[in-house]
Structures are given as C-alpha cells and as structure tokens.
Design a protein around this ligand. Sequence first.
Ligand SMILES: [Zn+2]
Length: 349
Amino acid sequence: MPAPAGPEAGDGRDAAPILPVVEDVARVLAPALAIDVGGSKLAAGIVDGEGRLLVSRRVPTPVTADPAAVWAALETLVGAVRAEYGRPVAGAGVGCGGPMSWPAGEVSPLNLPAWRDFPLRAAVRDLLRAGRTSSRAPSGPVRLHNDAVCVAVGEHWRGAGRGRRDVLGMVVSTGVGGGLVLGDRLIDGASGNAGHIGHVLVQPADQPDSPLCGCGARGCLEAVARGPAVVGWAQRQGWVGEPTGVALAASAAGGNPVARAAFARAGRALGLGIASAVNLCDVSVVAIGGGLVGAGAPLLEPLAAAYAERARLPFSRRAQVVPARLGADAGLVGAAALVLCADRYWTVD
Ligand SMILES: [Zn+2]
C-alpha cells in the first residue's frame, strides 16, 4: 500500500511552528483598538484582555453628506487614541449601526446618511496597516459587527450577563437592537442579524394605531419603543416640551400623565417583545441598555408587568430582565471582544 501523500506525509514543510513567532505572541497579549460608529457620535478606545478601557475618546459625528469627511473625523479620532496609548494593538474591533453587509463590513447606517455601502472594515484594515511601526510587523485582524451586537457582547463578556451562558443584550435608544449569546457563543445568523429584536412584531399590522417601521413593516417593536417614536406619540397626545427622550423622561418623573402614558406604552411593547424572544431562545438573562432606559420606573415597571403577564412558562418566568451595566462603554468593550475573545464572539473571517 502506498504511503499517504499531502501535508500529513511528514516532510515538515507545511507543518505549523510549535511556538508562535514573537510578533504573534505580542499580538495575542496586546490590547485591541475598539471603534464605535453611531449617527450622533464616533468613539474609539483601547481595551485590554480584562475588558478594561485604557484610553477612550469620542467626538460628535460630522453632519455632512460627504463620506470622506466622516471617515476623516474617524481617522483623526483613532490617530489620537493610538498616539495616547503609544503601543501596538492586537487588532481592531468595530461596531457600527446597520444595515451592513456582514462580514464584509460595507455599512449603510440608517442614522448616518453620508455612508452608503461605505467599506468600513476595509478602510480600518488599511488604517491599521499604515500605522505599523515596521512593514514586517503584523497589523492584526479587523472585525466588524452591528453596534447593538457589540453592546450585547460587551454585556456578556464583562457586564450584566457575565458568567451566564445564554444572554440577550438589547439597546433601546434612537433605534431598538440586540444581540444573542447562546451556549457562551455569539449567534450571528445567516447575515449577522440574529438577535435583532427591534423588528419582532408586537402589534398586528391591521390595528389602527400600529406604527410604520423604518423597515417597511407595521407593528415592529422598534416602531413603538424607539426614543423618537415615544416622543412623537406623546406629542400627538398633546405633550409639549423639548422633543427629546431626556425631556420626556423628566416630564414623566414629574408626574405628567401623557409622558407617563408614552413610556408605559413603550414599556408594554418591550415586555411583549422580550417575552417572545425569551420563549424562542431560552436565555436566562436579558440586559437592556440604551438612553431610553434612563427613564427608569415609568418605562421599566410597565415592561416588567407586561413580561410577567406574557412569559408564563417555567423557564421564561425564571429569566431575569435587568439593566445593562457597562453604560456607554459597552459598545467599545464588545467591539474589542471580537478580537480579544474570538473563540466566543467571532465565527467567520
Ligand atoms: Zn421593523
């Protein structure tokens, strides 16, 4: 019988080195660059292997139709963070608003109209290569995911879901998004959109007050519970005030019945959507972050009541719905985890 051919034949030429080369060790041990791109702010930071944010900066997103001007602002921000840190990084993790092609990383964020099919992952890769101290030094991987997925990863790694295997992380802000971790692994889905709870349906499409969602459907959770939708509903009921979630929350805290009703309506929709998600996915923790959660009891008490009413199976009754812990840093910490904890949070390349 002839000897087997191919790389296993034992000539050694194709074998991996037993010890990684020194540059690779440095890369494994080094912190990662983290980037978070949103419609109102750009953030960048350096995150170490413990999930600590060593350096961070943020700037307002330029209001412009010029894609190059937005990129220039991000490039300047990243340059400032890297200069402040002053040492090599293991790679870069990027969170960005959707939609996007994933994992290719061409982004068209709803709240950032200057970028349509902008090749963000490739641009950050070029930036990291250009910033090397020598042309032989590795630049490390660049990985990109939806910003709400990054928040969910951050909360699972170092926040409210730490130590739990099955977690839904959510953001309730200008939009409603989320990410899903099952069995200690981030679940991507076919196109990187698994866990996107914002488009779970919470109202029948033919109900007269079912609002139209940005996705084109009626009755999505996002269409009811995103900040601008909550403020808009209050205004249509006669509420007057500065049209922001913060002002509406202050009004609700002061007892204004219309403001309270607006948050109660959003809270009930969230409770309903979360109950469906928990029944479907059997998570043990749901961590909710994002600016609108700052409204507190007027949002969270109706949410808890609606969840208790709708989640009746023993496993879904046991699931905990809790506030996220990492606050505004969650997106950066989660983006870095795409590089630093790739075994749990990155499945493609
Ligand atoms: Zn929708």
